[in-house]
Design a protein around this ligand. Structure first.
Ligand SMILES: O=C(CO)COP(=O)(O)O
Length: 241
C-alpha cells in the first residue's frame, strides 16, 4: 500500500537552538495527527544529532538532505550512509533541484547516492522536476522520464519515495495547480515497476493549499520547504483535512 509521507525540508535553515524551539511548538500538534501519516523532518546535518535525541520514541522520523555514495574516504564536505544511520536517520533527500542547480549534481551522481542510501539502510526521496523554460517548451514529461530512467538504474523500488518538485514552484509562492501536479505524478507512477512507491508533491506547499493538494488521488504526500520552518504552519500541513 502507498504510504502518506509528509516531510519538511529545512534546507540551510535553523541552528540547534532554533530546531529545539521548533520542536517545542510542533510536537504537541501531533496528538491530532492520524496514525497512517509518516511525518519527517530533514534538517541540516548539524541538527540531526540533537533532533534524534529529542525525537527518540516520537513518531517523527529524521531525514538528511544528502548522502555520499562511499562508506568513507577522502571526500571533504561529504557525509556517508553509516554516519547517518548511526544517529537514527531513516530517510535522505537525493537529487534536490538546488543540489542539481548549484552543486553539480547529475543524474549519474543521483543514481550513485540512491543506491548507497539503500545499501546502508536509508530510504531515499528522489526529487525530479522541470524548470519553467522546460515546461514552456513542452518538455516536462520527457525531462522527468529521463531523470527517472537515469536516476533509477539498479535502484530498488521497494525502498523508495519520489518527490515531484517543479523548479518554478519552489520558493516562489507559484504553486503548481493541484490537478496538474496530480497529472504529472500519474505519469511518474506509470514509469515505475512498483505500484506502491509513495510520490510526493513539493513547491510552495502552504497551509492554505495543502487540503486541495492532498485531495488529489495520485499525490501521496508533500515535501515542504519554507512552510516547514514554522511550527504552527507545518503542524497545519501535517494535520491536513
Ligand atoms: O524545495 C522544496 C522542498 O524540497 C520546496 O520549497 P518551498 O516549499 O519553500 O517552495
Amino acid at each position: 500500500m502507498r504510504k502518506i509521507v509528509i516531510a519538511g525540508n529545512w534546507k540551510m535553515f535553523k541552528t540547534q537552538a532554533e530546531s529545539e524551539e521548533f520542536l517545542r511548538g510542533f510536537l504537541p500538534h501531533l496528538e491530532e495527527t492520524p496514525d497512517n501519516r509518516e511525518v519527517l523532518l530533514c534538517p541540516p546535518f548539524t541538527d540531526l544529532s540533537i533532533l534524534s535525541k529529542y525525537l527518540h520514541g516520537s513518531r517523527v522520523q529524521l531525514g538528511a538532505q544528502n548522502v555520499h555514495w562511499e562508506e568513507n574516504g577522502a571526500y571533504t564536505g561529504e557525509i556517508s550512509g553509516p554516519m547517518l544511520t548511526e544517529i537514527g536517520v531513516r530517510f535522505v533527500i537525493v537529487g534536490h533541484s538546488e543540489r542539481r542547480q548549484y552543486f553539480g549534481e547529475t543524474d549519474a551522481t543521483v543514481n550513485l547516492r540512491l543506491k548507497a542510501a539503500q545499501k546502508y539502510g536509508l530510504t531515499p526521496i528522489l526529487c525530479v522536476g522541470e524548470t519553467k523554460e522546460q515546461r514552456d517548451h513542452g518538455k516536462t514529461e520527457s525531462l522527468i522520464i529521463s531523470q527517472l530512467e537515469k536516476g533509477l538504474v539498479d535502484v530498488n523500488q521497494d525502498n523508495l519515495v519520489i518527490a515531484y518538485e517543479p523548479i518554478w514552484a519552489i520558493g516562489t509562492g507559484d504553486t503548481c495547480e493541484a490537478t496538474e501536479a496530480n497529472r504529472v505524478i500519474g505519469i511518474i507512477r506509470s514509469q515505475l515497476t512498483n505500484a506502491n512507491v509513495s510520490i510526493q508533491y513539493g513547491g510552495s506547499v502552504k497551509p492554505n493549499n495543502i487540503d486541495e493538494i492532498m485531495a488529489q488521488p495520485e499525490i501521496d504526500g508533500v515535501l515542504v520547504g519554507g512552510a516547514s520552518l514554522e511550527a504552527d504552519s507545518f503542524a497545519r500541513i501535517v494535520n491536513y483535512k
